[in-house]
Design a protein around this ligand. Structure first.
Ligand code: DAK
Length: 254
């Protein structure tokens, strides 16, 4: 479930599915998209903080069990839903801040990348491990990671699937700061931003986003489409199924 709590004019959105380390299934992701859509229009919410419930995870990714059963068309729909949530975080006319309180892997890292600002707890672990499942990032990771950290770093992380700690995330610019408790830090920053002119802030955000250019949208569309096609491969089925069956995958290259 998704909780939305108000702290003055800051809205704190908490993804709460702790039995799966806040991994996003259809119900949770749909609810997140809907709450973000409401907050985008809500003049009383001047800044939004996104975090995960519990001590362990921000979001441990898209739900692998769900994805293991998808065909290419379903995978495209699943990709589109995640992109809607990401675009809302990226373009809503107010600042969005990720308070990364633990694992931010795969789709979890991608949601954080879609926020304007990222703060991490010293316990946080981040990465794009999709390659280990025989798939690729599908909610903007192949596009946004390069724009935030640079193409060389993005390729290394996406190709290797390596998980990094908070200090490395700070060093490569993936997070803006490491702070404990991270939610307090994010709330303090959000409260300071919420006191600024909403008109100027929304314009500042729109102008900063212009640097993304129209190719960004094209890149996201291409990613969503190509990701869906990948679900026709034996390796994607094998990687996803192997995780569900708790065994090592055997990739055959088809
Ligand atoms: N999905 C489903 N369940 C998950 C999960 C996930 N991503 N991550 C963890 N869980 C579940 C575990 O299965 C386990 O459930 P039970 O077995 O108890 O039922 C429970 O959460 C606790 O996890 P662990 O027992 O594994 O906890 P540990 O502390 O031992 O390990 C871990 C924590 C985060 C290292 C481990 O859980 C892990 O490796 N999780 C998977 C992380 C991962 O690979 N995340 C990336 C997922 S791929 C696209 C759309 C989206 C995406 C791609 C394309 N399109 C359609 C375009 C995104 C892809 C991804 O996010």
């Amino acid at each position: 479930m998704i909780r939305v709590d108000r702290q003055g004019s800051v809205a704190v959105v908490t993804i709460d599915r702790q039995d799966a380390l806040n991994a996003l299934d259809v119900a949770t992701l749909t609810e997140l998209r809907d709450r973000l859509s409401e907050l985008a229009e809500d003049g009383d919410a001047r800044a939004v903080v996104l975090t995960g419930a519990g001590e362990k995870a921000f979001v441990a990714g898209a739900d692998i069990k769900y994805m293991s059963g998808l065909d290419p068309e379903q995978a495209k729909g699943w990709g589109a839903l995640g992109h809607e949530a990401g675009r809302l975080l990226e373009t809503m006319p107010k600042p969005t801040i990720a308070a990364i309180n633990g694992f931010a892997l795969g789709g979890g890292c991608e949601l954080a990348l879609a926020c304007d600002i990222r703060y991490a707890s010293s316990r946080a672990k981040l990465g794009q491990p999709e390659i280990n499942l025989g798939i690729v990032p599908g909610w903007g990771g192949t596009q946004r990671l390069a724009r935030i950290c640079g193409l060389g770093i993005a390729k290394e992380l996406v190709f290797s699937g390596r998980t990094i700690d908070a200090d490395e995330a700070l060093r490569i610019g993936l997070v803006n700061a490491v702070a404990d408790p991270v939610l307090d830090h994010a709330l303090e920053a959000a409260t300071a931003l919420a006191a600024k002119s909403p008109v100027a802030l929304s314009l500042a955000k729109r102008l900063c986003n212009l640097t993304l250019g129209i190719d960004h949208t094209g890149g996201l569309e291409l990613e969503a489409n190509e990701f869906g096609e990948l679900f026709a491969s034996e390796d994607a089925k094998e990687g996803l199924t192997a995780f569900v069956e708790k065994r090592a995958p055997n990739f055959v290259g088809r």
